[in-house]
Design a protein around this ligand. Structure first.
Ligand SMILES: C[S@@+](CC[C@H](N)C(=O)[O-])C[C@H]1O[C@@H](n2cnc3c(N)ncnc32)[C@H](O)[C@@H]1O
Length: 443
């Protein structure tokens, strides 16, 4: 596809096709390099469309469906162009003529079907000229028959909140209808911008942000966290110039580092370490000591190196070594005071930050991931010193990847006991969904 540089609508279509058709992760389809081509306004617009379409995909498709004549003849780009346009019409305050013109121009840019796009948007505008749009309800009531029959609301929670059917069914077995709706809603909300700083510097840094024109508030549970309000672009720019230690990190991830109880002079093994957020905060908390980071992905270890390079000067007394290795094949005679296994998982706890996760994940992958997690915890447990702490964490809401992994491990390992189990949820705690188990090796 030919893409005119600097056109956010065209880039949005391309990225959505990469994510929804080619199943590429959003974080790889939409890179910082692409974003850096745009000025502040266009960058915000591009992000709003991409995240907005992904958060409301099934609801948009449900409305869009009745306007297709011959959907099979349309390319993924055309369908994504229509989704972007419908998102702007349904959820943003953009004038209809601007949306229509831009949609037609975008379609022309990749030699699609401008006449079809034009006809579909106009049919939508005619239908909803004098009629309310279906309400895209972000409320938790149970819908009435009248509303359903009148097509005032989408017929299922799956469509209303754009989560796959299998996930809704899975969660329906676990949560009440009310709580389920709260979770789905929270998953579609923008996550706050949260950073971790050295706890002893938090107050001063809040003042720094205030002087720069940003409101901030401390996180409720993590002594290191600050939630910063404002445009992502401005906050990031301020952070790049900031003369103190910081790392962008959700509160739940910060709690993982605090659970580890890093102390001055400790030796730490971070078994799955990239991009390094937890290594970095752990290093800042312990001030002095050694961390060995393992990572099996060549690409991701480079990201880790870059992140470590940035903060090195703020934690000069922590020696951080990295190793490109599969943790399951890692060998050492050493043992560590603290071992962190922040295992690869389904990521179902971080849907609000990664709205594409729900469309890429298949239910049977949860079982497969849990098998790997069991092998990993088994392996890393042998590196924990007596009286040492092992933290097992996953950004997953699912018991198979959390409680069940730890229960099956503890059954086989009486030398370990569980000190604390923590579960966080976006709708209950306003933070990412994490499972954190703190285990003590007694002997
Ligand atoms: C959940 S992420 C870790 C996030 C990291 N702890 C942080 O806070 O920034 C899991 C990481 O483990 C890596 N990984 C997956 N399988 C691995 C394996 N078998 N051995 C080592 N690393 C692995 C992934 O590439 C990924 O970078």
């Amino acid at each position: 596809m030919f893409i005119k540089k600097q056109n956010p609508r065209q880039v949005a279509v391309k990225v959505l096709t990469e994510v929804l058709e080619n199943k590429k992760a959003l974080k790889f389809a939409l890179t910082e390099e692409t974003l850096s081509q745009f000025d502040k306004v266009n960058r915000a617009f591009l992000l709003e469309i991409i995240y907005g379409v992904l958060r409301n995909l099934f609801a948009i498709d449900w409305v869009l469906e009745e306007f297709y004549k011959n959907k099979e003849s349309l390319s993924s780009n055309t369908i994504n162009n229509l989704r972007c346009s419908f998102y702007q019409l349904m959820f943003m305050n953009i004038p209809a003529y601007a949306v229509t013109n831009e949609a037609v121009n975008t379609e022309k840019a990749f030699f699609g079907k401008p006449a079809v796009v034009n006809a579909i948007i106009r049919a939508f505008l005619r239908k909803y000229e004098n009629e309310d749009l279906p309400s895209f309800f972000h409320n938790s009531k149970v819908f009435s028959d009248y509303e359903l029959r009148a097509k005032k609301i989408p017929p299922t929670l799956s469509i209303a909140f754009s989560h796959p059917k299998w996930l809704i069914e899975r969660w329906s077995n676990r949560f009440s209808q009310e709580e389920l709706v709260e979770l789905l809603k929270a998953n579609n909300e923008k996550a706050p911008i949260s950073i971790a700083v050295k706890p002893e510097e938090r107050e001063k840094i809040a003042e720094y942000f205030q002087k720069k024109g940003f409101k901030s508030r401390p996180t409720k549970h993590s002594p290191a966290g600050l939630i910063i309000e404002g445009q992502g672009y401005d906050i990031r720019k301020t952070l790049t110039e900031a003369p103190f230690f910081w790392v962008v990190q959700d509160e739940a991830s910060q709690l993982v580092c605090f659970s580890l109880e890093p102390f001055e002079g400790a030796t730490v093994l971070d078994a799955c370490s990239s991009p390094g957020g937890k290594t970095i905060l752990t290093a800042a908390l312990m001030k002095k000591g050694k961390i060995l980071c393992l990572e099996n992905s060549r690409i991701r270890i480079k990201i880790l190196h870059n992140n470590l390079k940035r903060i090195k000067r703020f934690i000069p007394d922590v020696e951080i070594e990295t190793k490109l290795v599969d943790v399951l094949e890692f060998k050492t005679k050493a043992t560590f005071d603290r071992v962190l296994l922040d295992a690869p998982c389904s990521s179902l706890g971080v849907i609000r930050r990664n709205p594409d996760v729900r469309y890429r994940l298949e239910e049977n992958e949860i079982k497969r991931l849990a098998e790997t997690q069991k092998l990993m915890i088994e392996k890393v447990s042998s590196f924990v010193s007596p009286q040492g702490i092992l933290i097992y964490s996953v950004c997953s809401t699912e018991k198979e990847e959390g409680e069940e992994v730890v229960d099956s491990f503890l059954q086989k390992h009486p030398e370990f006991s569980s000190i604390k189990i923590l579960r966080t949820f976006p709708h209950l705690d306003g933070m990412d969904g994490f499972f954190i188990a703190k285990l003590l090796r007694r002997e």
